[in-house]
Ligand binder design. Sequence first.
Ligand code: SAH
Length: 268
Amino acid sequence: MRTQDNASRTGCVYIVGAGPGDPDLLTIKARRLLGIADVVVFDKLVSVPILDLIPSGTTRIFAGKVARHHYMPQPDINKLLVQLARSQRCVVRLKGGDPFVFGRGGEEAVYLAEHGVRFEVVPGVTSASGCSAYAGIPLTHRDLAHGVRYVTGHTRDNEPLDLDWPRLADPATTLVVYMGRTSLARLSERLITYGLPADTPAAAVINGTRPDQQTLIATLATLPAVLSTLDGAPPTLLIIGRVVALAGTLDWFSPKGADVVCDTVQAD
Ligand code: SAH
């Protein structure tokens, strides 16, 4: 367990959220730490303009993963952070979005705590906030959604998605799905089975907050087919719920506006 003696012999690991991509969404603390870090260990989701803010003399270590292939397994990342803290003063562990939202920041912090390494957590703009803001989709709205839920569509080895379907299928709650692209067809089918109307507006925000952001608007029933035509594996966030209908009016960011691929979606 963490002890005062051990902790005082190590540097500090800052587990920092980089936000969804736009460097202007970095916190002031994140920006400051990038300038003074001895080493930055970063993930694939961290955008290039943010990496460009790291001074050229700072050591950078890529610890990301591409598709399902881990370049560096999580236990190795944990060990690396402990090792670095024993030789460096300021170690920045830079992660996409917010480190405590589907980012394994919690696992890394527990490991550091157990090994007596000092750490701080610097929150970032999670992609639910960043993508919804830049796509013009308010996550809550007095007339349309009284709450919001964040879930992950990621399963190990294609296991069935084990989510609380009766609660998720609530028309008055916005559902945000991280890592949901490959499981969207199953997700959509389950939600409809549990009573969420098939014509509920649904969006996929691709490369959110980045210059190449793309927003596809369809319905719960049609979004899986729409998304299946997309090439590559860009970061994609799904937003399902009545609030999505506002994107047509509120999309202030995309040069040509949201791509409404299903005309049954209309804002009232
Ligand atoms: N900690 C991160 C989430 C990591 S899980 C956060 O708080 O945002 C990775 C998932 O986040 C991706 O599969 C995607 O669903 C979402 N995501 C992250 N950045 C994104 C972006 N710029 N655009 C769209 N989705 C993004």
